[in-house]
Ligand binder design. Structure first.
Ligand code: ADP
Ligand code: MG
Length: 683
């Protein structure tokens, strides 16, 4: 049996000591496989050029010959060595700093390849690297990989070790892509692709290697999520909800509004999944204010009437409190009990709630990640809803899910992304989209003003409040833990209290206790506060329909999606609403964000532009999003490859051969390794 590279420790590579192994470990490299997949992030170009191609200040590699006697100058503890050289037909001076030992090697007529910075004015190269072809030295003429390394590991060391690893273990690099695909795209074999990424013969070759490995990463990702769906579509061991339409209609009729058509069609999608034994794993995306909460309520109502319990998990305490209030109101007439579990529910109260959940006396629980603590048990959890999904890690959702026996899962997000992208990146979920906002909403007018117009902004605040409305004033905060930043909000609060002595100004930031925050939010909900000075703790989900003005200070410091979320706090009622961005952006990207905000208030359009401006890693907040981190692929730049890989994976999975033919054995064992057969991927 051949050894597998992910079982071989790096210290098996000649030249890697136990100590070096530890240092590599700090980079997440423990096995030979890890090391070979530790790709360079760029290349240094050592291909010789002629001086006519280079500009002043460029770094260049030249094939030269010594034509002068080297001159050594010393000053202080330092030295400078200069020598006349020729690179036909140019003559110039090569200069070495603090490397006087080079002098002996510079004999007239000797060939030497120099790399360094070209100073056109002085007709001189400051040498950083040199090689003597007569000694058979060989990095010249190549592209040298540059790795991300720390203080203890040098570029030359890691280059050497990777080279050594390829020599020693290269033959163990298995092919994983089937012939079918290798032929379709004319891909080079895996071993060669990996080798050439580390040491390309030329940039063409390097690009071919990269092309193949990017495809492979995206293809494996797609194969995994799609195989999961294929396998689980047939998986019929989910909860079967039995509530009939008439009962659900009763609940829907009790709501103070009629569902929009978009809500109605999503409702059908959700109920269809809930009634079938199919294990629902559905992503509901909709713009801010599109009315997602009511769909969560319908799902929770349905699970309770079918004899199960429901859980709603949200990312902040403020949001948990808000949902608690609105669900309690909605469910009261139906004698459905709702409990609240957050980090600040303690002692007796917590104990009682946990007991009641376990006995099935509390029908629905709303909470933060406090819900996933070990001692939280349900009698029969049938429905799990998470709100603002990008804030929860995949694992957190998984833990909640496992507190029931295959409950249905509905995940809601207010950062909508284009449908094709959603299907692609959330390939393991079904996607529902709320494309329409409730009728009767007036669009939000967005202005961008410079700081010197603050007086006008204050007037606008006064006008809204005088008409009985409320306003938010948001202050940027980079770190909730940073005292200085918190001070900004506090100062702004004092300033506003002085500017508006006749109305009440509230203050909200992350350093307040949950109890304090809740008190402020309650006061704002009931219009006891007219102006709320706050950090972004109100960013998601907060719903105060009487608020009509959102002022965002230093708005260019926020990301586009975040600005859109903040703006979504207004325009939730029947009154005309405004969003004012106060900013003097210094960067182009800052200006582009401001323009994007004033040009559109469509969340899909906003996220499209955000994606464009930021790139996907940032956009999805890689760590949080549950999306894989790719080593080479970039979800925006390589999006067309991702789509191609998606289609290829779909086609392959449809082919009965896939499950039997030896051609696909490596892919099958990859899937097995990813444990998708146990259904662990659903979260
Ligand atoms: P989001 O999608 O941002 O979570 P919410 O569910 O908080 O939006 O809904 C925003 C506001 O719209 C809430 O005040 C809610 O009561 C109201 N709403 C929801 N659906 C409708 C509807 N069909 N008609 C009128 N108002 C609605
Ligand atoms: Mg919401």
């Amino acid at each position: 049996m051949t050894q597998s590279l992910d079982k071989i420790e790096v210290k098996k590579i000649t030249g890697v000591s136990a100590q070096k192994q530890g240092e590599l470990h700090a980079f997440g490299v423990s096995t030979v496989k890890d090391l070979l997949e530790y790709y360079p992030f760029r290349y240094e170009d050592y291909r010789p050029r002629t001086l006519s191609e280079v500009k002043h200040g460029d770094k260049v590699t030249l094939e030269t010959k010594v034509i002068g006697i080297p001159v050594l100058q010393r000053f202080g503890g330092k030295s400078r060595l200069s020598c006349k050289m020729v690179a036909e037909p140019w003559m110039f001076t090569a200069t070495w700093f603090n490397r006087q030992y080079v002098r002996e090697q510079l004999t007239i007529g000797r060939e030497i390849v120099l790399t360094g910075k070209w100073d056109q004015k002085r007709n001189q190269i400051t040498v950083t690297d040199y090689e003597f072809p007569d000694r058979g030295e060989g990095k010249t003429g190549t592209l040298q990989p540059v790795y991300s390394v720390g203080a203890k590991i040098t570029q030359s060391w890691i280059r050497k070790v990777i080279h050594q690893a390829l020599q020693q273990f290269g033959d163990l690099i298995p092919e994983i892509l089937p012939q079918l695909i290798l032929r379709k795209y004319d891909f080079m074999p895996r071993k060669r692709a990996i080798a050439t990424i580390h040491k390309p013969e030329d940039s063409q070759e390097g690009q071919q290697g990269r092309r193949r490995m990017v495809y492979e990463e995206l293809f494996l990702f797609q194969l995994k999520v799609q195989a999961f769906r294929v396998l689980n579509r047939g998986r019929m061991d989910g909860v079967v909800h039995t509530t009939d339409n008439a009962t659900i209609r009763q609940f829907v009729r009790s709501l103070p509004f009629e569902l929009t058509n978009a809500q109605k069609s999503v409702e059908l999608e959700i109920l269809h999944d809930m009634r079938s034994p199919y294990c629902m794993n559905r992503l509901l995306q909709g713009d801010v204010g599109s009315g997602k909460t009511v769909l969560a309520a319908i799902a929770l109502f349905t699970t309770v009437r079918s004899g199960f319990q429901g859980a709603l998990m949200v990312p902040t305490e403020i949001l948990a409190e808000q949902h608690m209030r609105s669900l309690t109101k909605m469910f009261e007439p139906f004698e459905i009990t709702v409990g609240l579990l957050t980090g600040s529910v303690n002692g007796r109260k917590r104990k009682d709630l946990l007991a009641s959940l376990q006995m099935g006396m509390t029908d629905i629980v709303v909470g933060t990640h406090a819900l996933i603590q070990e001692d939280v048990f349900f009698r029969s959890l049938g429905m799990v809803v998470t709100d603002e999904q990008h804030r929860f890690g995949v694992n957190q959702r998984g833990v909640l899910r496992r507190k029931g026996y295959n409950p249905d899962v509905l995940t809601m997000t207010a950062t909508p992304i284009p449908r094709t992208l959603a299907i692609t990146v959330f390939g393991d979920m079904d996607v529902s989209t709320l494309s329409e906002r409730p009728k009767g909403r007036v669009p939000i007018t967005t202005y961008w003003v410079k700081h010197d117009l603050l007086e006008r902004v204050l007037k606008l605040i006064r006008r809204e409040v005088d008409q009985g409305r409320q306003a938010y004033l948001i202050c940027p905060l980079i770190e909730e833990s940073d005292k200085l930043d918190v001070q900004n909000v506090i100062d702004l609060h004092i300033q506003m209290s002085q500017a508006f002595p006749d109305f009440k100004v509230g203050l909200l930031h992350g350093r307040m206790t949950p109890g304090e925050k809740d008190e402020v939010m309650r006061a704002f909900y009931s219009n006891d506060l007219q102006l709320l000075v706050s950090t972004t703790v109100v960013e998601v989900g907060v719903d105060v329909p009487n608020a009509t003005l959102m002022v965002i200070m230093d708005a260019d410091r926020f990301g586009l999606s975040q600005l859109h979320q903040l703006r979504g706090r207004v325009g939730r009622g029947v009154h005309a609403s405004f969003c004012v961005l106060v900013a003097d952006p210094k960067s182009e990207i800052g200006r582009e964000r401001m323009s994007a905000m004033t040009e559109t208030d469509d969340g899909f359009e906003v996220s499209r532009r955000d994606l464009e401006l930021r790139g996907p890693g940032d956009f999805f907040g890689t760590k949080q999003s549950g999306l894989p981190e790719f080593r080479l692929a970039d979800m925006t730049a390589d999006f067309d490859v991702l789509e191609q890989a998606r289609d290829d994976a779909a086609e392959l999975l449809k082919d009965a051969q896939f499950w039997t033919s030896p051609d696909f054995a490596p892919l099958r064992s990859y899937l097995q390794g990813e444990q998708i057969f146990q259904g662990d991927l659903i979260d």
